[in-house]
Design a protein around this ligand. Structure first.
Ligand SMILES: C[S@@+](CC[C@H](N)C(=O)[O-])C[C@H]1O[C@@H](n2cnc3c(N)ncnc32)[C@H](O)[C@@H]1O
Length: 485
């Protein structure tokens, strides 16, 4: 059941006045986190129980920013006297006209500052199944932080919610499109763009790519719903029976809409299953298009399925009877792990071989670090393997496992350990462990292959395959590309 949309638009000049006032008011993310002693907006928005009671205390006090926190964040009813004290007449008029201040002297929506923008969305407790989230929830923030931000022409945000990704993209993309299946989300995003004075964002309602059929984009971002339907039917979270239904449709249709060289940045939550991991399934969904698209799944977290289910039950305040439904779902899927991460897909046109990679990444690695991994992999895929001139990286350790033999010790396993930006354990044959420090950026891969043939009897294809794995891991890297003359 959809409830009435509570906000109204005013003219551009009036939105400018309102924005100017709010921007000057001190009602900022920094102010809120400091005032409430919170580490994140998520913590502020979702505090419960004792934490919530402690936060209530901090709404008290004087000052415009705190007044706005009570009104816009806390949703508290305002006294006539404080409205007159803090809001200039013109601003009060605009707040009433836009619906930010209603007849009950309250703000019916949540309006919070994020990344220097002002974002209106539904308040927790909104009863409809078309709830529009704020964009500052923990996973949403991660999604936003892992979208590439270099300048681009056309940007698309699929499932825009309150529009934060689209609004942020308006600073680096010439033209931004935002799609959501929920009418309220479209209206919130349009209103938010008007309030923030962003004029290059087009907002359209519909199912995934339907509203932009025939169009291509340089960058596509999406934080699709991915909870299995057993958790409810709220549109923002429900990803069908196994939680992957929307992601699957998005990936299947993606090739029609990703411009050559374009990239998808998608937050994913799904399962590794017996016989097929999540990243392998993404490649399967691409079908024949996998030959024209590279994929990289950067894994943030993996959980044992029932551990993950238990967390969902606790966070959702569900009864433990729901746990049995989770167990049944995971048994049916033959789920081995729940995976949360960032999926990047890149269109390359098919003139070279695609690569499909997966790795865990360090929590402090930024999107630029992950993009660098993708760029390096792209450079390698474009090159003749024998022409590469790998350089030994520095951020790794080599662990050698020994076994007792004949009264002494025999080295049996060689494993490179990396942490940043990709974290992993990469087991290698002994000859590769010896070859790695020889990589100085001058010796060509073809010469390394000759060395490996002579010293370990390995053929060149095997050398190149191993070398590529270590280049992906970051144990090896490439010399800086020459500046164009
Ligand atoms: C997890 S929320 C993400 C919202 C926002 N992008 C963010 O990160 O804060 C998923 C969004 O996808 C929208 N959505 C769900 N199914 C969709 C579909 N088939 N086509 C387009 N949007 C959809 C929901 O309405 C919701 O706004």
């Amino acid at each position: 059941m959809a409830l009435e949309f509570p906000l109204s638009s005013v003219g551009r000049a009036d939105f400018d006045t309102l924005r100017g006032f709010l921007n000057e008011s001190g009602y900022s993310e920094e102010f809120l986190l400091a005032n409430f002693g919170a580490v994140s907006m998520h913590e502020l928005l979702y505090a419960r129980g004792a934490r919530q009671e402690a936060l209530e205390e901090r709404y008290r006090g004087d000052g415009l920013a705190l007044f706005l926190a009570r009104l816009l964040l806390g949703g508290k009813p305002m006294g006539k006297e404080e409205i007159t004290r803090y809001l200039p007449k013109e601003v009060e008029r605009l707040m009433r006209e836009t619906g930010l201040l209603n007849a009950e002297q309250r703000c019916p929506v949540l309006m919070h500052p994020a990344f220097g923008l002002l974002v209106a969305s539904d308040r927790l407790g909104y009863g409809g199944n078309d709830f529009v989230m704020s964009g500052s929830e923990g996973l949403c923030r991660q999604f936003l932080q892992y979208i590439g931000r270099s300048p681009c022409d056309r940007f698309l945000d699929i499932g825009t919610g309150a529009g934060l990704a689209a609004m942020l993209a308006s600073a680096f993309a010439r033209e931004v499109w935002a799609v959501d299946i929920v009418d309220r989300a479209v209206r919130f995003t349009e209103w938010n763009c008007q309030l923030n004075g962003l004029e290059n964002v087009r907002v359209v309602q519909g199912d995934l790519f339907a509203p932009v059929s025939g169009m291509q984009f340089d960058r596509i971002a999406s934080n699709p719903p991915f909870e299995p339907s057993l958790t409810g039917d709220v549109v923002y979270s429900c990803g069908g029976k196994d939680g992957e239904a929307i992601l699957e449709r998005l990936i299947r249709d993606l090739p029609l809409h990703l411009a050559p060289g374009g990239r998808l940045y998608c937050l994913v939550e799904g399962t590794d299953r017996e016989g097929e991991t999540l990243d392998q399934r993404v490649v399967r969904w691409l079908g024949a298009e996998a030959a024209r698209h590279d994929t990289a799944l950067f894994v943030r977290d993996t959980y044992a399925p029932m551990h993950f289910a238990m967390q969902q039950v606790v966070h959702g305040n569900d009864s433990t009877a729901v746990l049995e439904q989770w167990a049944e779902l995971y048994r049916g899927l033959k789920a081995q792990a729940v995976v949360i991460g960032h999926l990047m897909v890149q269109a390359h046109g098919g003139e070279r071989q695609s690569f499909h990679r997966r790795a865990r990444f360090h929590e402090n690695a930024a999107v630029e670090d992950l993009e660098m991994c993708l760029d390096r992999e792209t450079e390698i895929a474009r090159s003749e393997a024998g022409d590469l001139r790998p350089v030994c990286g520095t951020g790794w350790e080599l662990h050698v496992c020994h076994k007792p033999e004949g009264g002494g010790l025999r080295p049996s396993h060689y494993t490179f350990l990396t942490e940043y930006p990709l974290a992993g354990e990469w087991e290698v044959p002994e000859w590769l462990a010896r070859m790695t420090p020889r990589c100085n950026g001058e010796i060509r891969a073809e010469q390394h292959a000759q060395w490996a043939k002579t010293n370990a009897g390995v053929d060149s294809d095997e050398v190149y395959r191993h070398m590529r794995a270590l280049l992906w891991a970051g144990v090896l890297t490439l010399p800086l590309m020459e500046e164009p003359s």
